[in-house]
Design a protein around this ligand. Structure first.
Ligand SMILES: C[C@H](N)CC(=O)SCCNC(=O)CCNC(=O)[C@H](O)C(C)(C)COP(=O)(O)OP(=O)(O)OC[C@H]1O[C@@H](n2cnc3c(N)ncnc32)[C@H](O)[C@@H]1OP(=O)(O)O
Length: 127
C-alpha cells in the first residue's frame, strides 16, 4: 500500500535566503502521507511516534514541484513502520523568464526518512 502526494512550494514556503524551503516542510508532508496510509490501513489518523532516520539530500526552493511517497514496511500490534521519499519533479527556469519551468527528465530525491506511527488497538477499525 502506497500513498503519493504532489505539492508546489510557493514563495510562502521559502524560509531562508535564496528561496530555500525549511527541511521541516518535508516532515510535514511525510506526516500527511503517513496519515493517509493509516486511514487506508486502520481507518484512523493515528499518531507519529518517532523517526529513526531522516536524510536531506538536495535543497528545495520556492516554485518547485515535490512528489512525496510513503509506504508501510512493517506492522506490529499498534505500530506501523513506514519509509518516505520526497523528490522534485518540476523546477522554475528564471534564467529564461519569470514563468518558464522544466519537467525534470529524472526526479531528484530531496529527502528520505524512516519512521513509526501508532494506532492504538481500540482505534483500529480494519482488523
Ligand atoms: C501521523 C499523524 N496522523 C499525524 C502526526 O504526526 S501526530 C503529531 C505528532 N505525534 C504526537 O503528537 C504523538 C505523541 N505521542 C503519543 O501520543 C504516544 O507516544 C503514542 C500514542 C504515539 C504511543 O504511546 P506510547 O505509550 O508512547 O507507546 P507504547 O505503548 O510504549 O508503544 C506503542 C508501539 O510503538 C512502538 N514504539 C514505541 N516507541 C517507539 C520508537 N521510539 N520507535 C519505534 N517504535 C516505537 C512500540 O514497540 C509499540 O509497538 P507495538 O504495539 O508492539 O506494535
Amino acid at each position: 500500500m502506497k500513498s503519493i502526494l504532489k505539492v508546489r512550494m510557493s514563495s510562502h514556503d521559502a524560509h531562508y535566503g535564496g528561496g530555500l524551503v525549511d527541511g521541516a516542510k518535508m516532515l510535514q508532508f511525510f506526516g500527511d502521507v503517513a496519515t493517509e496510509l493509516l486511514i487506508m490501513n486502520d481507518g484512523d489518523e493515528g499518531l507519529f511516534k518517532a523517526y529513526e532516520m531522516v536524510e536531506f539530500m538536495a535543497p528545495v526552493y520556492a516554485g518547485e514541484y515535490i512528489e512525496i511517497e510513503g509506504e508501510i514496511i512493517e506492522q506490529g500490534n499498534s505500530s506501523r513502520k513506514m519509509k518516505f521519499e520526497a523528490r522534485k519533479t518540476i523546477v522554475p527556469r528564471p534564467d529564461l523568464n519569470d514563468s518558464a519551468c522544466d519537467v525534470l527528465e529524472e526526479p531528484v530525491v530531496v529527502c528520505r526518512a524512516i519512521g513509526t506511527c501508532v494506532v492504538p488497538k481500540d482505534k483500529q477499525r480494519k482488523k
